[in-house]
Write a protein that binds this ligand. Sequence first.
Ligand code: ATP
Ligand code: MG
Length: 648
Amino acid sequence: MSPEELLHGLDPEQLEAARSVRGPVCILAGAGTGKTRAITHRIAYAVATGVVPEQQVLAVTFTTRAAGEMRGRLRALGAPRVQARTFHAAALRQLSYFWADAVGGPRPTLIDSKVKTVSSAAYACGFRFDRTELRDLAGEIEWAKVTQNRPADYETAVAKAGRTPPMPPRDVARVYEAYEELRSQQHLIDFESVLELTAAMIHEHPRIAEQIRAQYRYFVVDEYQDVNPLQKLLLDAWLGDRDDICVVGDPNQTIYTFAGATPSYLTGFLETYPHATFVRLVRDYRSTPQVVRVANTVLRAGGAGAAPPEHRIELVAQRPDGPEPSYTEYDDEPAEATSVAKKITALIDSGVPAREIAVLFRTNSQSAAYEQALGDAGVPYTVRGAAQFFERPEIRTALHTLRGAAQGDDDAPMVATVRHLLEPLGLTDSPPEGRQAREKWESLAALAQLAEDVAAQQPGARLADFVAELQARAATEHAPGFEGVTLASLHAAKGLEWDAVFLVGLTEGMLPIIYADSPEQIEEERRLFYVGVTRAREHLHLSWALARSPGGRRTRKPSRFLDGLRPASSAPDVRRGERRRKAARVVQCRVCGATLLEAAERKLGRCLDCPSSYDEELLERLRQWRREVSAAQKVPAYVVFTDATLQA
Ligand code: ATP
Ligand code: MG
């Protein structure tokens, strides 16, 4: 492709960015405006014009999937040797390569499960935490590490950041210290240490710095709004005193400040590089005007509305009209999941491929209901989120086996060795009978497929490269899977797009999540909502359920982020319920203290769902009756249980 051909199909602002092949460049723009496309074409154009040697470009993306997609695009645009990697993967490669030279001896092993090591550290300090607490603690230690705070500084840092840790700061600091000691005794490194050690290696070893800087001269960073201080440290180490860096981001998509990221590197880029080329994109090429309208309303309602003019973003739709977004309220979660599965089946029947459909939610725990509903409806799906995939027993065993083989022979050919090693673990030619056996087979097949993808993207990759890639994914990233409907958390959906997006579980407590209480945290939740909305090209369905289970108490409220978006008629039950609540004399459950709305509950003086020594048989009969009447009449439970119906 000639250089000029590479510029076809870019708008004037994207062109300006693509033509600015040297020096600092900052592209600050809203979702779906073609930022990622602009930088991909910029790299290809710079290579095609001969200004930039292909092997000297390092494009840093947020996820390995994004890196893979970018490599694919660059290959198609005639620049197959450009390195597109995550910070983690790029650093791990350099650290592994130079370890013997800089430190000597074998490189420490990457931590397999951070939570497990944190658990051992907590145990050694005399704490007994459950799995959720341990996950929170691991996240907190990660925050301390990416913000460059040692255990001794942690308490002060937390106070200064106005952060609410999951347990008393002193306890976190103790476990953090024990974790670092344990790590060092066991000769393990985590990804934060990989980044830190790589930066330190570059600073302390001028010869290594020279080699690394000679290899990479041109840097491009996508999703720059979510860079954390540790990643910035590494980026600065890579750059040295040069300024061939192009950053791309959207401050309104900053969704990782809880983990230490800060949009200030993006918004302050022009202060660091006053002579930088600064480009703003406003044309939205991804979504229909109907979806763009929702996105703009969300932006205006949030802090973005108060942003300084140079950072204010209003998307301008470019695509033709599409269907209106839908807003649906359900009685309970299973009803919501079943209905979403039905709508998805209808979309697939109408010709939308399953891989072009996503169900997005705030927390991974919301996934199960949709896995069940889609499974029941016979719709193929794939769950994004490393935790589930990489913690499956068969995948842990496979990783263990692959790692052992790579250590024995790090030059082993990749695909042949992977397909061979997975066979004895259960990867037969065709899927076996039975749900469990099939799921296990599918995980292993996904791993084998991933090996093929990596081989296609990195010709000549060895087994050791594949193991490093898997470890990078396990720490940060998406699970590989079969093509099907995507189930993903909003965090995992960043940068991606689908024809149809179902944003589900939109209730107060879920989005914003219950523990988001400061105005800053609420704003981050709103940005997550914005990220979710802007993933949709055409069909956008927003939904929520008022109760967790059928016949359960309808205590949930629709998310505040829906205010001003949904037509008033989508929530008649809620308004009626709220009026009743205000008018009614307050009666509280004597077991849990909740305000009781139903006549039956008010008479009993307790929730039907609350465990107590009350006549269980009577309660079960009442619950059953409530379920039946509620389902038949399609009205909320507290309407069913009026005094009159009770008499009947
Ligand atoms: P996000 O903020 O979500 O990461 P983005 O700004 O990176 O979004 P892209 O993913 O690059 O946006 O582009 C969004 C969609 O618009 C893609 O499908 C892309 O191919 C398309 N697109 C981008 N620029 C153009 C253009 N000039 N003409 C036609 N389509 C375009
Ligand atoms: Mg992008």
